[in-house]
Design a protein around this ligand. Structure first.
Ligand code: GTP
Ligand code: MG
Ligand code: ZN
Length: 357
């Protein structure tokens, strides 16, 4: 493994020299679990332990390490550790644009966000919009990927709507089954650049990456027949190298949009649970039965009252059923309104530009 193939360049090198010394080597964080990370270095993939907060070179406050981070790790000893992170060029995080609570880091040093939506029964403009906020949170360029092209007879209307709702962005249609659009997608992952795929569970992110890798490396899973939703097959973010250069990050499908919004509202009422959930192994942990759940751990240790967690679950359930009651009709209306909103915003920004000139 050469560092250059992982996106290493003279600027990273400069920082690494500053943070370096004979006992540290640079590498790129490929996966992050609680207290453990896998770091890709020129000696290969190395497991390293970490403790929150991890220091960042030249910055006062430490952070949670994120997939995509460049890090200096100790170069000897039985247990290698993440010694320090090199300042990020970009960070995608959930919760920043919501103006809410704690931001959860999703991926660092990303050049492009691919927002993936299926052209099957799960197609939703609103969801595309929700995922675009992630790209905006990190000021990273976004690309809209409409997947499962083989499953729709006449995709034109959906494509037209998606283009209209995302002015200024490229929209690519692909099928992992027929291979349509894969070359175009592959060309978007330039050597040395890092692309992250985001989108709901079941839209085919891992399948796409397997196609780009040319092998079945990532686990994929069937969607529910009733509504084409996925079953959260991918459980953690992972950075992978594509043959021929370029890096991709696979991510677990975030919760469905409505739930995500209500979930955030619920978390505002339970700030201590919001803070704890940052340490759960899974980003979308529901604190019910997932392994390594920091919230349930806290209850067990007596740091959080069981009543509070029960109250939290009750409110989440209520919100979820309220979301389910929203009819298809309402969703359509919302999508139409959103398309209108985009048109207006675009017109307004054109007017502003016109005035400046
Ligand atoms: N027909 C068709 N099926 C696809 C396509 N891409 C993926 N699938 C299927 O969709 C299902 C879900 O695919 P995954 O790749 O696991 O979806 P994902 O987005 O990674 O889902 P999570 O990991 O749960 O977030 C699998 O059964 C895939 O075989 C496609 O282009 N066409
Ligand atoms: Mg997946
Ligand atoms: Zn949890």
């Amino acid at each position: 493994m050469r560092l250059e193939d992982l996106g290493w360049d003279p600027v990273w090198e400069y920082h690494a020299t500053e943070a370096g010394g004979p006992t540290r080597v640079p590498g790129r964080v490929a996966t992050v679990d609680r207290g453990r990370a896998v770091v890709l270095t020129d000696e290969g993939a190395i497991p390293a332990s970490w403790h929150f907060p991890v220091s960042v070179l030249g910055e006062r406050a430490g952070v949670m390490p994120a997939v995509g981070d460049w890090a200096m790790i100790t170069n000897a000893g039985e247990v290698r550790t993440l010694a320090t992170l090199i300042p990020r060029r970009s960070l995608l995080a959930r919760g920043i644009t919501g103006g809410a609570r704690v931001a959860q880091p999703l991926a660092a040093n990303v050049d492009l966000v691919m927002v993936v939506t299926g052209l099957d029964g799960d197609f939703s403009l609103r969801r595309i919009e929700r995922f675009l906020t992630l790209a905006r949170s990190g000021s990273v360029r976004a690309l809209v990927v409409l997947s499962k092209l083989d499953l729709i007879e006449d995709p034109d209307e959906a494509i037209r709507q998606a283009r209209k709702a995302t002015p200024g962005l490229d929209v690519v249609t692909v099928s992992s089954v027929t291979g349509d659009g894969l070359t175009e997608l592959r060309n978007e992952v330039k050597p040395g650049q890092t692309v992250v795929l985001v989108g709901s569970s079941g839209v085919g992110k891992s399948t796409l990456i397997n196609r780009l890798l040319g092998e079945e490396r990532l686990r994929t899973g069937a969607v529910r027949e009733s509504d084409d939703r996925g079953r959260h097959v991918t459980t953690r973010r992972e950075l992978l190298q594509l043959p021929g250069g370029g890096l991709v990050i696979d991510t677990p499908g975030l919760r469905e949009v409505g739930l995500l919004a209500s979930e955030e509202a619920v978390l505002e009422v339970f700030p201590e649970i919001a803070a704890l959930s940052e340490q759960c192994r899974f980003m979308d942990c529901s604190h019910v039965e997932e392994p390594d759940c920091a919230v349930r751990d806290a209850v067990q240790k007596g740091e959080l009252k069981a009543d509070r967690l029960a109250g939290f679950h009750r409110l989440v359930r209520e919100q979820a059923s309220a979301t389910r009651r929203a009819t298809e009709h309402e969703r359509r209306a919302h999508d139409r309104a959103l398309a209108g909103h985009y048109r207006k915003t675009l017109r307004a920004s054109l007017r502003i530009k016109g005035r400046e000139n």
